[in-house]
Design a protein around this ligand. Structure first.
Ligand SMILES: Cc1ncc(COP(=O)(O)O)c(C=O)c1O
Length: 367
């Protein structure tokens, strides 16, 4: 038996006819950008997140960068985020010329440590980017309280958290804006690049629509210097087909998580937790194993895919040395980097495949 980490082939086999029909419809219409599919996706996604606006962009990275631009955040401003994330979160801050300030994460959920956030706020702080890592929501209530107190802009990095909830409220509706990624492996994914920003703020939404399209207010009227960050209509059409399955797919991810929870409970590894009141989207099923090397060898021999998100915290990457981030103290992130092991949790996996992963893991851990 083989267990791929993500099985895009199986997903495509199940959706092939609908996807081909949707792509054909776009190509017959030859309305390739900012057309009816993008509008329909924006409306549907705004409804899923319970917000007034969803603005499609070309990637999750742009979904982080453009709201910072739209808020006039730039040189001289500090933006606080975590290092336990994909590097794009930090890149977005650097791309607008602001200064990234990194705090550590909580040991249980690996989301932003709120005490450290409070301690990191300075008179130069303009924004906070909490990351809903693996699909588990950061603790947004205290983050929003701090932001209100200090007048800060909160941008949720929801790239991995489509469908996650926090005290009954969908991610994407908790901060002042949020960014989702539709990268090919995400819970809701395109067959190319894509992203979406959600917000309840009319002014931010209007500015995002300008910035994503070269600052164009009318055909020959460019009112700000913008970006080329439009979502392609073919990707919007594919996303609309897949969006109809998102709830069902997330339910299956939760079922798989429950099987892991039951089967792995007595083994010497740390399982992911779901904070009270949170609904995990299980983009990654991130376990932590002290002696990881032996398990990786066993998985490779057994044909089981795994994720190491992340073997190095983003702020330790050499690319960020210039910003003085390589040497800051983040013991929780550093320990997680040594121990993290993401198990396969794609919704097309069968119970047999999940059972096989548990058997191989158990044997490797008690060996
Ligand atoms: C936490 C996080 N933030 C941002 C991004 C960037 O999204 P994209 O790859 O769509 O630009 C990703 C995607 O990999 C991510 O996982």
């Amino acid at each position: 038996m083989r267990v791929p980490l993500v099985d895009l082939h199986a997903e495509y086999r199940a959706l092939r006819e609908e996807i081909l029909a949707a792509v054909d419809e776009v190509l017959q219409g030859m309305n390739l950008y900012l057309g009816p599919k993008t509008t329909a996706l924006e409306e549907a996604w705004a409804e899923c997140c319970g917000v007034r606006h969803a603005v499609a962009v070309a990637s999750g990275t742009d979904g982080l960068t453009l709201p910072l631009v739209a808020n006039g955040i730039g040189p001289g401003d500090e933006v606080i985020t975590v290092g336990w994330t994909f590097i794009a979160t930090i890149e977005s801050i650097i791309h607008v010329g602001a200064t990234p300030v990194i705090v550590d994460v909580e040991p249980d959920t690996l989301t932003m440590d709120v005490d450290q956030l409070a301690a990191a706020i300075t008179p130069r702080t303009r924004a906070i980017i909490p990351v809903h890592i693996y699909g588990h929501c950061a603790d947004m209530d205290p983050i929003m309280e701090l932001a209100d107190e200090h007048g800060l802009f909160v941008l949720e990095d929801a790239a991995q958290a489509h469908g996650a909830r926090y005290h009954g409220r969908p991610v994407g509706s908790l901060g002042h804006a949020a960014s989702f990624s539709f990268y090919v492996t995400k819970n809701l994914s395109a067959y190319g690049e894509g992203g979406m920003v959600t917000t309840n703020d009319d002014n931010i939404a209007e500015r995002l629509r300008l910035f994503r399209n070269h600052g164009r207010a009318a055909k020959s009227d460019h009112v700000v210097v913008g970006y080329n960050s439009r979502l392609h209509e073919i990707q919007a059409a594919i996303l609309l087909v897949k969006l109809r399955r998102l709830e069902e797919w997330n339910r299956r991810r939760r079922e798989i998580a429950a099987i892991y929870m039951e089967r792995l409970a007595d083994l010497p590894l740390r399982l992911p937790v779901e904070r009270e009141g949170c609904r995990h989207a299980y983009h990654v099923y991130g376990t932590r194993v002290e002696e990881r090397e032996g398990v990786l060898e066993a998985f490779e021999a057994a044909g089981i895919g795994y994720a190491l998100h992340y073997p190095k915290p983003a702020h330790r990457q050499p690319a960020l040395a210039r910003w003085g981030l390589n040497d800051i103290a983040t013991p929780v992130s550093d320990e997680a980097a040594k121990q993290i092991l993401g198990l396969p949790i794609h919704p097309t996996l069968s119970d047999e495949q999940i059972g096989y992963v548990c058997d191989v893991l158990a044997e490797a851990l008690v060996r």
